[in-house]
Ligand binder design. Structure first.
Ligand code: ACO
Length: 434
């Protein structure tokens, strides 16, 4: 491998054929450089093998930067800690979508636009009634978000920038309404319409917790904490959910269908479903004295159990979101005068795991999901709603990355290759001879 300014290259030699090729290395503004292998098959007849894409860059992006070794997360260049402290979710949405922080007039217009798109087509209500009452909110989200493409035909032309913008606004605005409807449906209460005099997070709390029979006042401490949770989940570069959105988007599918695909990927317990699993796990542990048993199970190679809320593909020293959320969870519980015994179990689990050789060696630290569950529980959300809340926050990231994909002339339909290990060249045998 030779490195010299912009002429940085990697030479690959195939020992079987003696063929050789020189591949350019591309440098971004930050992060590890990447080898441009696009000509590899043409020049060498070789593909690369990387299950789980552990070393593969799938796109160029200007949205979010992560340095996993140093625990850095930046949206459009702004550190997550600064945004968590000084910004709010609406402003972060504008930033992610447009690349710059808004001035006062831009902010006002954007907030007004989102607020005025929060209602859903009235016929969607009938759609909800088709679900079982005990349907998981993520099952409903996957279905209803995909169904938006059947309701909003005037924003599905992906080649029209105006259509794309309207679809983006609709998705950010309607996601909380749909998630709140899923919650209300599961508990048998009437749907609550959005209220335009409330902020984004406060409006969601209202739609989830209010009933038509009486006045409901949103607790500002809770609304602020939820806004923070949305900020921390807003984007995370090419994670599984976002890559799924991009992959679906690369085929030219409409944005509602692509975000529904993102919801499906997020739902898994290794990804956004982990926040739900963390609370289940802590409840199962129950008391501090049972922590060592669980840690022992998590270390056992013959036991598929893993500590949920621990470990991350990219963060290998700490998850900066976990640091912010741990403090926020503690502050919120204190401000509300709530005591959650599971918090003690969590702190003990974190302490024991962080001192354990197994976790130290594998660089496993609490991730954002480890603490978000406490806050969501204290806010009155049932555990199955946790991943839906993650999806609300992440929608802006998905949509920003999807827009970037559509506007990127180098993007092609995403179509990985494979290493075929199956049988070949067999002749069909009639059933009577098998
Ligand atoms: N508990 C116990 N062991 C673990 C854990 C865990 N939570 N996470 C990883 N390990 C171990 C693996 O068994 C493996 O051990 P080995 O080297 O002896 O085989 C080693 O650590 C490396 O793990 P990988 O699975 O190779 O790491 P990968 O990057 O593929 O996985 C993941 C990352 C999926 C997040 C994993 O750490 C995990 O399953 N964690 C629990 C689920 C979770 O919290 N997910 C949320 C992620 S954050 C998010 O999506 C918002």
């Amino acid at each position: 491998m030779s490195t010299s300014g912009t002429n940085h290259t990697v030479t690959i030699k195939d020992s079987a054929t003696g063929k050789e090729t020189v591949l350019p290395v591309m440098h971004g503004t930050a992060g590890a450089p990447v080898i441009d292998i696009r000509s590899l098959y043409k020049d060498m007849g070789l593909f690369t093998y990387d299950p789980g894409y552990t070393a593969t860059g799938s796109c160029q992006s200007k949205v979010t930067y992560i340095d996993g070794d140093n625990g850095i997360l930046q949206y459009r260049g702004y550190p997550i800690e600064q945004l968590a402290e000084h910004s709010n979710y609406m402003e972060v949405c504008y930033l992610l979508m447009n690349g710059e922080l808004p001035n006062a007039a831009q902010y006002k217009t954007f907030e007004h636009t989102i607020t005025n798109h929060t209602m859903v087509h009235d016929q969607l209500v009938n759609f909800f009634r088709g679900f079982r009452r005990d349907a998981h909110p993520m099952a409903i989200l996957c279905g209803v978000v995909g169904a938006l493409s059947a309701f909003y035909h005037d924003s599905t032309d992906i080649d029209d920038p105006h259509h794309r913008m309207v679809a983006s606004h609709r998705l950010i605005a309607k996601m909380p309404t749909i998630a709140a409807m899923a919650h209300k449906y599961s508990i048998g209460q009437p749907f609550m319409y959005p209220k335009n005099n409330l902020g984004y997070a406060a409006n969601f709390l209202h739609m989830c917790h209010a009933v038509p029979a009486e006045e409901y006042k949103v607790n500002p401490v809770v609304a602020k904490a939820l806004d923070l949770i949305f900020i921390l989940h807003a984007d995370h570069e090419q994670n599984a959910g976002t890559s799924t959105v991009r992959l679906a988007g690369s085929t030219g599918a409409n944005p509602f269908a692509c975000i529904a695909a993102g919801c499906a990927a997020l739902w898994g317990p290794s990804h956004g479903g982990a926040n739900e699993e963390v609370l289940k796990m802590l409840t199962e542990i129950g008391t501090k004295d049972r922590v060592p048993d669980m840690v022992k199970r998590a270390k056992d190679p013959d036991d598929p159990f893993r500590l949920f809320g621990f470990g991350h593909r990219v963060y290998k020293n700490f998850d900066p979101r976990a640091k912010v959320i741990q403090k926020a969870a503690h502050d919120m519980l204190e401000e509300l005068g709530l005591h959650d015994p599971l918090m003690e179990v969590a702190l003990e689990l974190e302490r024991v795991a962080l001192e354990d050789e197994y976790f130290i060696k594998r660089r496993l630290y609490p991730n954002v999901d480890f603490y978000s569950g406490f806050m969501l529980k204290a806010m009155g959300f049932p555990v199955p709603m946790f991943t839906a809340l993650f999806a609300i926050g992440r929608t802006v990231g998905w949509i920003s990355q999807w827009n970037e994909l559509i506007e990127d002339p180098s993007q092609k339909i995403n179509r990985p290759r494979q290493l075929y290990n199956g049988v070949i060249d067999r002749n069909y045998v009639p059933m009577s001879q098998r």
